[in-house]
Design a protein around this ligand. Structure first.
Ligand SMILES: [Zn+2]
Length: 343
């Protein structure tokens, strides 16, 4: 039984069992590409998997052996993680060179080495190319775990060299149950707030926890308030962009994406997931053809792709907000039915 730092994410249990099984059968691939939605627990899965892979007992992790004690102490020398550092949005080639160096040396205390790339969809092009060489001829004692967020592209040449594993999102009350437990130590967090956070996070518990920790729920309220004022032309786009900027481009994109998806939903006769924005989205949906929502979604995808190229976050947010403004009826346009009939 997993004892030390056993992650309590019941929806990931099966994927860990699969890994354990491959480990027991000796059919473990050298490179795993693990795909999941944001906030489902990719990193927890990978950390736990790395722990399983270095433990010297079976079923792993035993929680007793030297390897397990090193992992519990946070200093296992045969596990390395590479991800965007120092406010960078990309995994750099220098990091991949470091990974290659790590891959070439013998394990220090375990049977194998584990390198996690969190995340493979943020590798910059030269980093991706450098990684390819290692993927082509991986050392026997190395397991590479690449994490990819669903919908974020990675090079097909990388993907084709990995065994792909998709982590399922939580079902039923699993997410809320986990979030209530994980948010226990946080100030002024109750079940209602947890539900709101989950809702904003599209049901992804890890993301919802991040929202609670970073006060994103309040940040979202500020952003929505500015968004409304901007649409009503009570604010400049620069002013409106401020609370979005404070959220960070990644979160701002998620928020705008959620609203655009809601707009499409409402336009098709459905309900907005983000109930507090439902009025403004309902208003816009009633005045625009359905393709406008898809146009907004496409613009967000473009901004997301640009994220890996160190774009100017402020300009991206303003560009997207201007796109939304384009959905408002023209101020001088036919507000009353009579005017429209004039020609
Ligand atoms: Zn162990």
């Amino acid at each position: 039984m997993p004892v030390s730092n056993s992650p309590d994410m019941p929806w990931l249990q099966k994927a860990w069992q699969t890994l354990q099984q491959r480990l027991d059968e000796g059919t473990l691939p050298h490179a795993l590409l693990v795909i999941a939605e944001a906030g489902v627990g990719k990193r927890s899965w990978a950390d736990h998997a790395a722990h399983m892979l270095v433990c010297s007992q079976s079923p792993a992790p035993c929680g007793q052996c030297r390897q397990c004690r090193l992992v519990a102490g946070g200093s296992h020398p045969d596990i390395r993680t590479y991800g965007p550092e120092n406010r960078s949005r990309v995994v750099r080639v220098s990091q991949i060179r470091e990974l290659i160096g790590f891959a070439m040396t013998s394990p220090q205390v375990s049977r194998r080495k584990v390198a996690i790339i969190d995340r493979a969809d943020q590798l910059n092009p030269s980093a991706a190319n450098a990684l390819l060489k290692t993927l082509e001829e991986p050392p026997e004692d190395l397991v590479l775990i690449l994490l990819q967020e669903s919908g974020r592209p990675i090079l097909p040449t990388i993907r084709s060299r990995c065994q792909v594993m998709t982590l399922p999102p939580p079902v039923g009350d699993q997410a809320l149950g986990w979030l209530l437990e994980a948010a226990k130590g946080l100030d002024q967090v109750d079940e209602a707030l947890c539900r709101t956070a989950l809702h904003l996070a599209g049901g992804a518990p890890g993301l919802a926890l991040e929202y609670l920790q970073t006060d994103l729920v309040a940040g979202r309220d500020r952003a929505l308030d500015h968004f409304r004022k901007y649409l009503k032309a009570q604010m400049t786009v620069n002013q409106a962009a401020r609370p979005f900027r404070e959220l960070g481009l990644e979160q701002a994109l998620r928020l705008l994406e959620g609203w655009a998806a809601d707009l499409a939903r409402v336009g098709a006769g459905g309900m907005a997931y983000d109930t507090s924005a439902a009025d403004v989205l309902g208003y816009l949906a009633g005045r625009n053809p359905a393709w406008r929502a898809h146009e907004l979604l496409a613009a967000i995808r473009e901004s997301r792709a640009a994220l890996t190229n160190n774009v100017n976050a402020d300009l991206e947010i303003q560009r997207l907000l201007i796109g939304w403004q384009g959905l408002m009826p023209r101020r001088s346009g036919p507000k009353m039915a009579g005017q429209g009939a004039a020609h």
